[in-house]
Design a binder for this molecule. Structure first.
Ligand SMILES: [Zn+2]
Ligand SMILES: [Zn+2]
Length: 381
C-alpha cells in the first residue's frame, strides 16, 4: 500500500466517527475534571476505544484515571497520548478535550491499517498533565518502555512544530511559626506570613538575575486565618522552570535559598517538598517532525519551528521524549487568545476547534503511516 492509499483510508475512517468525536469533545468541555479526578472522561474515552476493537486496560500503571488501549501486533510500536485533565476554575482552557479527541481520531482512523503497516498502536490515557506529572508516574511504572515512537498534539495560539517546553519543578512550600494575639502579645508570636512575604519578595528579586527563558511563579494558598492572630502556618505553591533539566537543578538551589533565608530572617521553620515529579524539557524527534510538517502542509497548515528562546510552558511529555523519539506539535486555535485564558476553552468547541480536531487526528495518523512505510525506527532496522 502506498502513502496516498493509506491517507485515503484514514480520512474516510475519520468521517465515520467525526460526529462522535465532536460530541465527546463537547462533553469533555461541559464536564471538566482536574488532574487525577478525570474518572468520567477516562471512562468515556476508554469505552469508545473498547467499542472500536481496541484491547483496553483501565486503571493502568497504578493510576485510577489512566488507561492503555492497544491494537495490532506489528514490529513498529507507536504510542499516542491522550490528555483529558482540565484546570480549576477555567475548565478546558488548555484544550485537553481536543488532545483526547485528536488522539482517539488518529487511533480509530489507523486501526484497519495496523496489520498492513506492521504497527502495534497503543493509545495511553495520561491523566494529570497540568499538575501531577501523570506521564512521569506512568513511565516509572513501565509505560512507553517498548515504544518506538510517541506522538500527541496540543492546541495553542500558533502552529509550532517543536515547542520550547521548559523543564519544571513543582513545589509545595510551607512556613511554621507561633500564633499569638496580634495586638496584646505580638512579641510572643513568630509570624509565618512574614516568612512567606519575605520568600515571595526574595524570589521576585531573584527573577531579575535568571536567564530570559527561565520562569519562577508561585501563589500563596494559605496566608493566615485572621488579622488579629499572628499566622502560625502558611503555604504556597511554586513552579520553577528552566530551559533544560540540567540547568533546572542550579536554579532550584537558588530558589530554595530564598525560602531558607526567609525562614531564618523570621525565626520560622520551613518545608520545601515536591508536589509532583519534575517535568523534563521536550526533545523533538527531527525525522518524525518532518513527516508531521509534510502532513500539516497537506491539510493546509504551515508548521513553523520554535523561535530561539521561545517559551511554551512545560509538559510531562518532555519526560516521554527522553526515552522515546517524540513529537508534541502545537496546533493553532483562534487568534491570539493564550492557553489558560477562559476564552480558550470556548474556542475548543467552535468550528475552528472541530477543524483542529480533524487536522490533528489526520496529521498524526498520516505521520504514523509515513514512519511505517519508511520503516523509521522499526525493530529490524
Ligand atoms: Zn495547560
Ligand atoms: Zn495543556
Amino acid at each position: 500500500m502506498g502513502g496516498q492509499a493509506a491517507y485515503d483510508v484514514v480520512r474516510e475512517r475519520y468521517e465515520d466517527v467525526r460526529s462522535d468525536l465532536e460530541a465527546m469533545n463537547g462533553w469533555l468541555f461541559e464536564n471538566p475534571e482536574t488532574g487525577y479526578e478525570e474518572h468520567r472522561a477516562c471512562g468515556l474515552l476508554a469505552d469508545f476505544l473498547a467499542g472500536h476493537g481496541f484491547e483496553v486496560t483501565p486503571k493502568a500503571y497504578g493510576l485510577e484515571t489512566a488507561f492503555r488501549a492497544t491494537i495490532g501486533s506489528g514490529r513498529l510500536k507507536v504510542a499516542l497520548c491522550a490528555e483529558y485533565d482540565a484546570l480549576p476554575v477555567v475548565g478546558h482552557a488548555c484544550g485537553h478535550n481536543l488532545i483526547a479527541t485528536t488522539a482517539l481520531g488518529a487511533a480509530h482512523a489507523l486501526a484497519p491499517l495496523v496489520g498492513e503497516l506492521d504497527v502495534t498502536l497503543t493509545l495511553y490515557g495520561t491523566p494529570g498533565e497540568e499538575n501531577r506529572g501523570g506521564k512521569a508516574e506512568m513511565l516509572a511504572a513501565g509505560a512507553f518502555k517498548d515504544d518506538d515512537l510517541a506522538l500527541m498534539v496540543h492546541p495553542a495560539p500558533v502552529d509550532v512544530l517543536d515547542p520550547g517546553f521548559l523543564a519544571m519543578a513543582h513545589l509545595d512550600v510551607g512556613f511554621g511559626g507561633v500564633a499569638s494575639h496580634a495586638a496584646m502579645a505580638p512579641d510572643k508570636g513568630v509570624n509565618a506570613l512574614d516568612a512567606m512575604v519575605n520568600a515571595y519578595v526574595a524570589v521576585s528579586l531573584l527573577r531579575q538575575q535568571i536567564p530570559d527563558d527561565a520562569r519562577i511563579h508561585g501563589v500563596i494558598t494559605e496566608g493566615g486565618e485572621s488579622a488579629n492572630v499572628i499566622p502560625a502556618a502558611t503555604r504556597s505553591e511554586w513552579y520553577v522552570r528552566a530551559r533544560r533539566s540540567s540547568t533546572l537543578v542550579g536554579l532550584l538551589e537558588r530558589v530554595e535559598q530564598c525560602f531558607l533565608g526567609a525562614a531564618q530572617a523570621t525565626g520560622c521553620t520551613s518545608s520545601v517538598e515536591s508536589a509532583a515529579p519534575a517535568y523534563d524539557d521536550l526533545v523533538t524527534d527531527p525525522v518524525l517532525s518532518s513527516y508531521f510538517r509534510d502532513a500539516a502542509a497537506r491539510h493546509g497548515r504551515t508548521m513553523r519551528p520554535a523561535h530561539l528562546g521561545e517559551v511554551h510552558g512545560s509538559s510531562d511529555m518532555g519526560n516521554v521524549s527522553k526515552v522515546v523519539p517524540t513529537i508534541h506539535p502545537l496546533l493553532a486555535l483562534g487568534e491570539g487568545v493564550p492557553n489558560h485564558d477562559p476564552r480558550f476553552a470556548e474556542l475548543t468547541i467552535t468550528d475552528d476547534g472541530h477543524r483542529l480536531l480533524r487536522d490533528g487526528a489526520m496529521m498524526m495518523a498520516e505521520t504514523i503511516v509515513d514512519a511505517a512505510l519508511a520503516r523509521y525506527r522499526s525493530a529490524d532496522d
